[in-house]
Design a protein around this ligand. Sequence first.
Ligand SMILES: Nc1ncnc2c1ncn2[C@@H]1O[C@H](COP(=O)(O)OP(=O)(O)OP(=O)(O)O)[C@@H](O)[C@H]1O
Ligand SMILES: [Mg+2]
Length: 961
Amino acid sequence: FGPMSVDVRKHATFEPGAVCFGCHPEDSWTLCAIDAVEGNGDQAVYVLTPRAADGAPRGAFRVSAAALAPVEDEWLKPVQDLLEMTVLHDSLLLEQIRRRYWVDTVYTKIGPIVLALNPFCYDLPLYCDSRMPLYIEEREQALDGESQLPVHHWSVAHNAYWSMRTTHRPQSVLISGESGAGKTEGAKIVLRYLAKASTYDAPPQDKARATALTEKIYVSSPILEAFGNAKTLRNDNSSRFGKFMKLQFGPEGYLHGAHTTNYLLERSRVVGHAEGERSYHTFYQLLAGASAADRAAFGLDPPGQFDWLFKGVPRTEEDVARDAADYATVREAFGIVGFREEEVRGIYSVVAGIAHLQALQFTPLKDKAHLSDEDFERLQFVCGLWGCNVDCLLAELTTTTTHIRGDTFTVHHTATQASEIRDAVSKALYDGTFQHIVRRLNEMLDCQATTQPTQWIGLLDIFGFENFRDNFFEQLCINYCNERLQQHYNGCIFERDLAEYSREGIDAGSVSPPNNQPTLDLIGAKMGLFDLLDDQVKNGSDDQFLDMAETKHHRHKSFRKSRIRNGTFGVAHYAGEVWYRHKDIRDKNLNPLKPQLRMILRDSAAPFVAGLLGPDPEADAARAQRGPETVSRTFANGLQELLDTIDRTQPHWIRCIKPHHSNRPRVFSGAEVMAQLQCAGVLETVRIRQNGFAIRLPHEDFGARFRLLAAGPRPDLRQLVEQLRFQPVDCQIGRTKVFLKNDPYKRLEASRNTLLDQVGTTVQAFARAKGSAHGAHARRLVQALVRVQAHARTSYSEWVRMVRERMLYDRRCRTAVLLQTLGRARIASTRSWHKHVHRCLWTVQAGCRAQVSHFVVLNKQRQYHQALVASTILVQQHLRGVHAQLGALNRQEALADMLTAELEVIAEMQEQRRQAEERRRQALRDKVRATMGAAAEGLEVSAAELEAATAAGHFVSDTQT
Ligand SMILES: Nc1ncnc2c1ncn2[C@@H]1O[C@H](COP(=O)(O)OP(=O)(O)OP(=O)(O)O)[C@@H](O)[C@H]1O
Ligand SMILES: [Mg+2]
């Protein structure tokens, strides 16, 4: 229960029927209705029923008063930045995050931190890849909270990129969170965004060059993941090392190169793993995907001989297929980045050799370590792969030889000791191979040597704070790292707060940052736990270390001594107390590999193996003077370098949160999220805020809420604060907000609640007084009531107006969110939403097309029909015309025939007439001749004469006759 809640709870009423937050064992803070209160006072037990609309329905549960927190609608106003909430309390933080999660808004801001809840689903509509250009196109206008777009990994990358471009200062994106929370995926999202944003407007040739380089940087991921990631119970692809990748940019802002630094590879996983987990991916990939030639060269058949790799995890066909595909990807990636073929073979020869070496079984024979013939042959094979002498290696595994004053003494190892030495060889070689890969990647991708990058952005993907049931040396290192990063973060946050105070004109003299330096000193300072551990290197033991730690630090405020001697010690970290076991702490810190074994491996005939163990024997000797390089020391030095680097940058924080350990979408466990918020330092952010002026109310809100406490008519803000008698250390008026510390705010709320109670009591008293009729008492009460009401009304009406506006706004937001949720729920109801929609669209399109084509056909048919009818009519008309014409023609023909016949008749008649005429003429002629007698004999009468004579009436023709 956070400090804020104590204040508020004091004045809240937890009565049956009320709604409040209750701390559920699995859901943590959740909205509940109070069903009943059993008992009273401090002993009261509250029966609550959760009201959560989402997630698993829960039954009623019982809690004490300490597990209750009040709630008001106004406090739950949706905000993107949780520090904008007026009241900051764990319950309210969790409820906001929970509500956002259920509407698929998995990214939230809390001050400068971006909280990223792992959605375990890449299909969230708000963050789909097609929206990336929206962020890119905002360019430098959207720096530091100016953006209108929802917060996301992209907004962090965007801020980092444009801050680098505009301020020319290096930037860092610090991603942390527990295993499986999404750090590595988040870092990839940031990298992809930076690569794309940096060349968004670039000319094609620059774009092509940057894209080729980006491709190389991308493909370095599968290589590093193959050798540095493994399946664990918490994450199928868990990074077993910390990584800081410096992305280098040229003056024009294009990506030029990358440099990777790695931290604390988990060496113990090389030689064994817990049930249900796996060793590093590369072992399985090689076994599943090697070519026939490689299988023969590395002796990989039958795979059953490597049982140690499959402890507790049955090898399914699906796994084999995936590993084989991954192997092909990694081999290809080696080629793309520029590894030589013989180098890659060297790498895999070490991997195969370790797989064989770890399969060796040392058996005890008369208290000495012994190898069966079969295992000896296997060792011979390993030595063949690594170019070592088998007898020398066997001798160093099973015996230790010392030379004292010319005499040689040989001590035989037990089977367990021999196995431990074998493990040390495997760990050293694997670690050497991993470091070699990182070094070579840097040689090929780092442009420092060639182009002098002017700007860079560092991407830190590092293990988050860990607190398991059993914590060991690894957790101590990891938590030390987180403690240091938290200190750095606290400093930055505090600075930001100071900046806001100065913007608002607030004197922040009384505010101090939280300080975790004592815990850091306990672990890392001179004579701290790491130093004590290093002291055990020579002839020490785990128990001696614990004794020393308890003796030296039992008074230290961050050290916890166990009451019973059970081999544990506790450290009070910023995220809570962690108890560490001292088991194997000395060996884990030492990483022992006998110098003789180093020599054997360094003298290997295989150049790759010979180069793996770093410096030469002379350097070893020099180091022996200083004492061996311990893991804690190397880690602490690396960490110091990292922090020095980060200190030079402007930091951006992403805290990844895993909503549930089941690694499935849409499952949310309040308790798990709450624990992570604690470990991620998010609650620490709230605490920093609470150390300073935790409450920041805009002027008008402050006035509207507390003006009813003032005497006299409507005082202004300054008069109000004066009347409330605040000291400057408690309350100050800034340019836009009133800044208050927790305690004065508590007092203010208490006074306000008391006054409101009095109003209620007065009203009741007045009613009673009025009921008993008369008297001065009643008049006084009336006057008091009128005064109080007058005060209350003026302040209250303003307050009510604002609340109404807020409620309206809230309701609108809720409706919008609800609509979004409904929409998204529909969308998310199937994982292949896009496909589904596409399929639907295709079906609809096909239907539409079918309909359309159907209509078109129908239309065409109709048109055709109409055309046909029209044509038919036309044809009919035509035919009728033709018919009519034909009839006419026929008639004409008949007429013609008739006329012809008539003409013929006429012609015949004419002929007959002519002939008759001729005959008549002849007869006439004959008659004339006869009439004219002989005198006329000899006269020839011409036809014309005859005609003329006839015309003159001398003769009458036959026709006329
Ligand atoms: N942004 C994301 N969207 C969807 N799924 C994601 C996202 N981030 C992570 N995941 C899922 O969560 C799994 C774990 O993520 P990741 O490997 O990044 O975790 P991690 O924090 O790096 O864990 P570890 O510390 O073990 O390396 C991924 O394999 C992926 O399935
Ligand atoms: Mg990871």
